[in-house]
Design a binder for this molecule. Structure first.
Ligand code: AHR
Length: 494
C-alpha cells in the first residue's frame, strides 16, 4: 500500500491559471479550419470562429492563448493582417507546408477569439525578421487609448476601444527558426525591442517574455538571463516529448509497450529541465524576478499517414493523456516559479485538445485531462507526498519515471483537489491517503482510463473520456483507493 499525505497547513503558492494555457500558430489546420472558418462558412460560427470549438475550449477552461507562433511569429508582419480582408497581403508560410497565408485571421480576429473564449491574451512578436518600430507599433495599435497614428488606424479598422494585452513574447526560438542568434546577441536585442513596447495604460502591465532555451541549453539560459533579468517577467522554455529521433519520431497511435515507456520517460524529463533551468536562473538572479514560462510542450509524433508533413497533424491516445497528466502535475508542483505554460497546439497540430474534419470535431484524451484538472486553476498548491516505485524504460537507456505522480491544491472554500496519474501499463496501485489535521466529510472521484492505444475518432463513440469513479473508501481523515493501471484520477475532498 502506497502512502499519500496531503498537508492543508502547508500552502506553497498560487497555481497561476495560465499554467493550463494553450498555443495556436498559423500552422496546418490549427487556425484556419480548426478555429477560424470565416463568416461565410456553412460551419456554424460567430464572427468566423467555429461555435463547436469555442464551446469545447470554454468548457475545458482555456485560460490563455498564445498566438501567432511559434516559428511563424518571426516572419509575421502584423500590418498584413488588418483592414479589409480583400486588401490583405498574401504570403507563403515557408515554415509550415509552403501554403498561401491570406492573412484573413489577424489581430482583430485574435482578440475577437479571446473575447469569445474569455481568456487572457499572449501575442508573440517578430524579432527575427521584424523591426523595433513594427513591434512597438503593434503594441500601440492593440493597447493605446489616446490619439496616435496606431490608435486611429485601429478605429478606422472598426475597433475604437483598445484591447487588453496580458503577455508579449519578444521573439520565438531565436536560437533557431527565430534568427539563429547567439544568446548574448539575442539578450541585447530583447532589451532594445522591449524598451519600445510601452505600457500605455496605468495599472495594466504587459508581461514581457524573453526567448528562453529549447531542451537542455543551459548556456542560453545563463547568458540571456544575465542580459534580461532587469527587464523580463518571464523566460520561456520549449520541450517536446519525441519518442524516437527527430527524423523518425514514431507513430502517434501504433506503438508497443516499450515505446509507451520510452514516451513517458521522455515526458518525465521535463521535471529535470525545469529544476535545472530554474537553478541556472536563480544563480544569475537570486532575487527570482523572472518566472519560467513553458510556452511550448507536448508530444511530437510522425504526422498521420497521407497528411501534409508540414501540417504536423497527429492523432492522440490515452498515452498522450498520461503525458498531459504527468506534465500538469509537475507544473503544479512548481507553481511558485512557473507563471504560464502552453501546450502545443490547440487544434489539429501536435498534442491537440481538439481535432476537426470539416464540420466534425472530436475531443482528444488530452482534452479530458485539461478539463479534469481545471479546478486547480488559481487554487493554492498544497504540500503533498506520495510514495511510489519507479518504472524503467528499456529502450531509453533504462531512464526511470514514477509509477505514480500527483499534485494537490485547495480552493478558497477549503475544498481539496488531488490529481493522480498511474503511468504503469499493467499495475494498479493501492494508496492510503491521509489529510493532515482534517475531518473528511466527503470524497468524490472521476477517472480517465483506457488502453494506452485507445483514441477518440470522428463519428464514433468516445473511447476515452471522464467517468465517475467509485472504487475507493472514505476514511475519517482521508481515503483508500486502488488506482487502475494507465489512468488519471481526480479526488475532490471536503
Ligand atoms: O509547435 C511547432 C513548432 O515547434 C513551433 O513553431 C516552434 O516554436 C517549435 O520549434
Amino acid at each position: 500500500m502506497e502512502k499519500y499525505l496531503i498537508n492543508p497547513n502547508q500552502r506553497i503558492a498560487k497555481i497561476n491559471k495560465n499554467i493550463y494555457g494553450h498555443f495556436s500558430e498559423h500552422l496546418g489546420r490549427c487556425i484556419y479550419e480548426g478555429i477560424y472558418v470565416g463568416e461565410d462558412s456553412k460551419i456554424p460560427n460567430v464572427n468566423g470562429m467555429r461555435k463547436d470549438v469555442v464551446k469545447a475550449l470554454k468548457e475545458m477552461g482555456i485560460p490563455v492563448l498564445r498566438w501567432p507562433g511559434g516559428c511563424f511569429a518571426d516572419e509575421y508582419h502584423w500590418k498584413d493582417g488588418i483592414g479589409p480582408k480583400d486588401n490583405r497581403k498574401k504570403m507563403i508560410n515557408t515554415h509550415w507546408g509552403g501554403v498561401v497565408e491570406d492573412n484573413s485571421f489577424g489581430t482583430h480576429e485574435y482578440f475577437e477569439l479571446c473575447r469569445q473564449l474569455g481568456c487572457d491574451t499572449y501575442i508573440n512578436g517578430n524579432v527575427g525578421s521584424g523591426s523595433v518600430q513594427e513591434l512597438s507599433e503593434w503594441v500601440e495599435y492593440i493597447t493605446f487609448d489616446g490619439v496616435s497614428p496606431m490608435s486611429e488606424l485601429r478605429a478606422e479598422n472598426g475597433h475604437k476601444e483598445p484591447w487588453k494585452l496580458d503577455y508579449i513574447g519578444i521573439g520565438n526560438e531565436n536560437w533557431g527558426c527565430g534568427g539563429c542568434m547567439d544568446p548574448e546577441y539575442y539578450g541585447c536585442l530583447f532589451k532594445r525591442y522591449n524598451t519600445y513596447c510601452r505600457d500605455y495604460k496605468a495599472g495594466e502591465h504587459i508581461h514581457r517574455i524573453a526567448c528562453g532555451p529549447g531542451d537542455a541549453n543551459y548556456h542560453w539560459t545563463r547568458e540571456v538571463m544575465d542580459k534580461v533579468k532587469h527587464h523580463a517577467n518571464g523566460l520561456s522554455l520549449h520541450y517536446y516529448t519525441v519518442t524516437g529521433t527527430w527524423q523518425h519520431k514514431g507513430s502517434a497511435t501504433e506503438f508497443d509497450n516499450n515505446e509507451y515507456n520510452t514516451t513517458i520517460s521522455k515526458a518525465y524529463k521535463i521535471e529535470e529541465l525545469i529544476n535545472n533551468h530554474l537553478a541556472v536562473m536563480d544563480s544569475v538572479n537570486p532575487q527570482k524576478w523572472v518566472q519560467l514560462i513553458v510556452d511550448e510542450w507536448g508530444t511530437w509524433f510522425d504526422v498521420e499517414p497521407g497528411t501534409n508533413p508540414g501540417f504536423l497533424y497527429q492523432q492522440s491516445t490515452m498515452r498522450d493523456a498520461i503525458v498531459a497528466a504527468l506534465t500538469l502535475n509537475i507544473f503544479n508542483k512548481h507553481a511558485d516559479r512557473i507563471m504560464m505554460a502552453n501546450i502545443a497546439q490547440t487544434v489539429n497540430v501536435l498534442q491537440s485538445v481538439i481535432l476537426t474534419d470539416g464540420e466534425k470535431m472530436v475531443k482528444t484524451p488530452t482534452y479530458y485531462v485539461f478539463k479534469m484538472f481545471k479546478e486547480h486553476q488559481n487554487n493554492t498548491l498544497l504540500g503533498s507526498y506520495l510514495t511510489t516505485d519507479y518504472i524503467s524504460a528499456k529502450d531509453n537507456n533504462n531512464a526511470e519515471f514514477p509509477h505514480l505522480i500527483e499534485s494537490a491544491s485547495i480552493d478558497e472554500n477549503g475544498i481539496i483537489y488531488s490529481t493522480i496519474a498511474n503511468t504503469s501499463l499493467n499495475k494498479s496501485s493501492k494508496i492510503k491517503c491521509q489529510i493532515a489535521d482534517r475531518k473528511v466529510k466527503s470524497v468524490k472521484a472521476e477517472i480517465i482510463t483506457a488502453d494506452c492505444r485507445d483514441k477518440n475518432e470522428f463519428g464514433k463513440k468516445e473511447a476515452v473520456k471522464i467517468e465517475k469513479f467509485e472504487d475507493f473508501r472514505k476514511l475519517s481523515d482521508g481515503f483508500t483507493v486502488n488506482v487502475p493501471a494507465c489512468s488519471v484520477v481526480k479526488f475532490t475532498i471536503e
